[in-house]
Write a protein that binds this ligand. Structure first.
Ligand code: CA
Length: 225
């Protein structure tokens, strides 16, 4: 028997909350809804959920604060809902560790699809090395099914940073900070160009899967699709 998964909806707009609730329930999820940010911590202390759909602007406590609190002691999947697409860039910069971002207005169907995608992703117990991708941090050598990808140091680090947290979206500026620790100024285009070469090298060895995905034109994420 498949246990139905639970989604906690945190959204103060009653209409949106009930719409999400209806669609998720129709798709077989159990749900609970909180309308005030300050209720989340207490709810999580007494209940369990598989994923939180978290609105950014809430009374009581903001989505940003809640996401930070959740990340302090768990890897519980969080999808953040924002009212502005520009907000996503700012949130990525804060490195909250949310698993995905959805911008209003959204179609409830899209939300359900994203919820399922995040749950599938976070449920994957198979490691990258099981799939044939091995990154040796001592030698900066990355291999796919035993074949060397011949990465440059920067390409290797990009792949390492992205693949260490599959599904997490990294903005270009966060990638720059993680890869160049000498404070040098590196343009977004430089990152794009390294990513392009990295993708090409991976595609040569793994033509049927896509590992590095670009999102909303604000960043990149690693996902084995
Ligand atoms: Ca709101």
């Amino acid at each position: 028997m498949i246990m139905s998964q639970h989604v906690l909806i945190v959204e103060d707009e009653v209409k949106i909350a009930s719409l999400l609730q209806d669609y998720l329930r129709q798709s077989g999820f159990q749900t609970d809804t909180l309308y005030d940010g300050s209720q989340v911590e207490k709810w999580l202390a007494g209940n369990t959920t598989d994923l939180i759909l978290l609105d950014l602007m809430l009374p009581g406590k903001t989505g940003v604060e809640i996401c930070k609190d959740v990340r302090k002691n768990s890897s519980l999947p969080v999808i953040m809902i924002t009212a502005k697409v520009e907000e996503i860039d700012r949130l990525l910069g804060l490195e909250l560790g949310a698993d995905d971002y959805i911008c209003k207005p959204f179609s409830p169907r899209e939300v359900v699809a994203r919820v399922k995608a995040v749950l599938r992703r976070t449920d994957i117990t198979e490691t990258l090395s099981d799939k044939g991708l091995v990154l040796d941090t001592n030698t900066y050598k990355a291999t796919v099914n035993g074949q060397n990808l011949d990465l440059t140091a920067v390409e290797f680090q990009l792949l390492k940073v992205l693949s260490d947290q599959p599904g997490r979206i990294f903005s270009r500026s966060v990638l720059v900070d993680k890869i160049y620790n000498d404070g040098r100024v590196v343009s977004d285009r430089t990152i794009d160009s390294h990513i392009k070469k990295l993708r090409k090298k991976i595609a040569d060895k793994l033509p049927d899967v896509e590992l590095i995905h670009s999102l909303y034109a604000v960043g990149y994420k690693f996902e084995w699709i």
